[in-house]
Ligand binder design. Sequence first.
Ligand code: MG
Ligand code: ZN
Length: 296
Amino acid sequence: MCKICGCENGQLRIEGALSPAHPHAHDHVHQHDHDHDHDHQHAHAHSHAHDHQHSGDGALHFGNGAAGASVPGQSQARLVRIEQDILARNDAIAADNRRVFAAAGVLALNLMSSPGAGKTSLLVATLALLGEMRAAVIEGDQETSADAERIRASGVPAIQVNTGKGCHLDAQMVAQAALHLGLPERGLLFIENVGNLVCPAGFDLGEAHKVVICSVTEGEDKPLKYPGMFAAADLLLVSKIDLLPHLDFNVDQLIANARRINPGIAVLRVSARSGEGMQRWLGWLRSALALRQAAE
Ligand code: MG
Ligand code: ZN
C-alpha cells in the first residue's frame, strides 16, 4: 500500500506531462480519480508557410529550423521558447532527483527503446541475477500495469506510471513514483521508459546513465534514424541475440552505426532468453554501482 495516499494498486496515473499549456506539474491522480476538464484548444493554423527544406535526396526536411522540428502555425522562435520552458522545468526537478538518488547511494538507470525491444523481459532476467544488489523498478507505459506486475512477480518492488497520451517519462513523474515506491538504498533503480526512440532522449530523469536497448529484430540503421537517442545513451544493449541464427541482422553494422553517432557508447550483446551476455551486463551494473558508491 502506498504510504502517501493509502492507495492499494501501486499504480500512478499522471495526466499530461509538463506542458506549456499547463505550466504547473499536475498532481498525480490514482484510479479513484475524477475526470479533469481539459481546456486545451486545437490551434488552427491559417498560415501555410512552408517550414521544410528540400534535401539533395528529394526528402522534405522539417528539422532544419532553430527548433529542430515543425508544428503547424507555430514559428520556430515560439517552438524554441516552449521547448526551453518545458525542459528547464524538467531539468530542475531532474537535478533534485539526482541529489535524492545520490543521498541514498542509488544508481538510477533510464532504460529506453522502441516498443517491443524486450526491456521488461531483460529486466526480469536481470533482477533474477542481481544476487546481493538491491533493486526497485519504475515502469512507464501509456496504459496498463502489466509490466509492473511482471516485475513484482519476481519479488522486486515496482510501481507503474501510466502516461496516458504522454509519450515519455519526465522528471516529475519519476520524483512522485520514487516517493511512492521508496528507494533501494545503495542499490539499483531501474526506470523503464515508455517505448519510444524519440522524445524520452530529451528528458533528464535524474538518472546516472541512459541505456538504449535495440533488438536484433529491428534494423541496423536505427541509430542513424534516431540519432538523438543514441547520442544521449552511455550504453547500448543489443537484445534478443539468441535469434541471430534466424535473421539476416548484422550486429557489427548496428554497432558501427551507433558509434558514428556516439563514438564513446559502450555496447553489450545480451539475450534474456538464453542468458548469453547477461553476466557481462551484470558486471557492468556492478561496476557502475561501485563507482556510484565511490563518488559519495
Ligand atoms: Mg515494458
Ligand atoms: Zn514524448
